[in-house]
Unconditional design. Sequence first.
Length: 499
Amino acid sequence: MNTGSSLQLFALDVDLLQGVVNFLHEVLPSFRTIEDPDGAYRLELEPPLVETRDGGNFRMGIHLRGQLFLDANPNAILFDAWVRLRPEVGTDDDGNPVGVLVFDAVEEVIPPIAEPVVAEAFGPDGTVASALDALKLDVFSALTESVHDQLFPGTPFDRDAFSVAFYLGRPASMARPVWQIRLDGDHYVPDLDLDVSYATVPALVASVALAGQEPVPPAAPSIVRPGTGLALMTTAQLFDLRFALEAATIPGTVLQGLTMDSFASSSTDYGFDITGEGHKTGATVSFSGSLVAQFRGGVGGQLIMRSTIDTDVDTAWWVDLLSVVAALIPGIGWFLGDVFIWEPSAAAPGQVEAALLDKFLTPISDAAQRLANEFSIDIIPTSAYLADVWFFEGHMAVAAAAFVGRRTVGVRSVSRDVAHVARDPGGAGQHTNRRRPVQSVAEIVLTTGHALKPWQAGELVADGLLTIPGHHAVHNPLAHGGVYLRSNPDDDSSNNLLD
C-alpha cells in the first residue's frame, strides 16, 4: 500500500455512521417526520441509509426513503432521494482542525417536486444540517501530537508543522502476513507462515503529513479491514524518520549500564530489525536481530513482540534492556507503550484494552456527546475492542472492532472449543478416567463480519448497541465481564450457543 507522504492515519468505517443514523431515527421525531409548518407537505421517513457510490466518482451520501404527503391529499407518494456528503477538514470553536461532513449536492430525488423538501432538511436550519454540524470528529489532535512526540521530542507542540486531510477512503488491497520464528542453525529468524490480503471497506480517513507535503496517500485508500470499524496506521516513513533521529542521538547514552556506541533499526513486514553496539564494564557488547509481531487471542487479544536478537551478554541483562529498547520504538502514540507486550516480560493485557477504549473511541464518543447536547437526547452508545495489530510493508496497523449507535445484525457462524472437565466424583477411587469433553462457544461471527467472544456480543446486546434476533444477553457474575450471549429457546439444537 502506497501511503505517500502520510505519517499516521486514523480511519472509521463509513458503516459506523449507519448506527448513528439509526439511533437518531429511533429517538428523534424530527428524523422520522419532516413537516411543513403551513401544511404544504409531510414527509414520513424510513431509517436513512449511509451509502457509497462509484461510477467513476467515488463518493458517499445519505439515501432517504419514505412517503410524501402533499397538501391535504391522504394518498402518499413514494419518496426516494440520494444526497451527497463531502468529508473535509473543518475547525472547532478554538480553531483546531476537525473532520466534518458537509452537504454537497442532491444527486437525485423522486418525485422532483420534493427537492425543496430535501434542500430544507439539509439547509442551514435543517434537522440533518444540525446533526452534521454537531458531528465534528476530533481526529487530528491525537494524531498530530503523536507524530510531534516521535519527530520533535522535547519541543513545544506546533500545529503549523503539519498538514492534515480528511478524505473518503476507497477500498484497497491491504496485506496481513502472519509470521512465526524458526531456528536456522544456531539462530532464530523470522519465518513467513501465512500471506493474506484483505480488501478494505469505504472509510473516513484522517491523515497527517509534515507541513508542505501532501497528506492524502496516492489513490486515497481506506485502511479499515472488513469486520472491524476503526483503524490506525503508523507508516514506514514515520518509522524511518524516527529511527534516523535515534541513530543520531542514541550513541553516548546509557541504557541499563550499557553505554551505546551505535543503534540502527528499521520497520519490516514482520516488525523491526535492530542492530547496535555498546560497551559495558570494559567489554564491547553487540546485538543484532528482529522483533517479530504476533497478535494472539482474537478480538480483545494482545500483541507479543518475539525477539530473535542475538547478543553476547547474559540473558537476564538483555531482558531488562529489551524493555528499554521498547521506548526507542516509535509506537502508535495513542497507546503510549502499553500496546507492546514484550516477551518474556509482559504487561497486563487490560492496559491495552483500557487505552483502546480511552483513545480509539474519543473522537466518536465526543461527537456523540455533542449530538446529544444538540438534540437534548441520551448520548449515543459506543464501544470497541482491540481486534488486531500487525506489520506489513514497513507499516504498523491497528484494528478495532467498533460499534456505535443502534444496529440489527444476525449470527453468521459459531465456532466452538472443547475443554475436559471432571465427571461426577461418585466414581472416585476406581482409577478410571473421569474426565469428559465439554463444548463451549469460542467465537461468534456476525453478519457484519465482526468476530466476537460470547461475552463481547452479550455486552453489546445488553448495552443496546446490537439487536440480534433470536438471541438475548444473560447476566451472570461468573461470566467474563458478567454477561454473555445466549440464543432464545427453540426446537433447533444448532441454535443453542451453549451446546
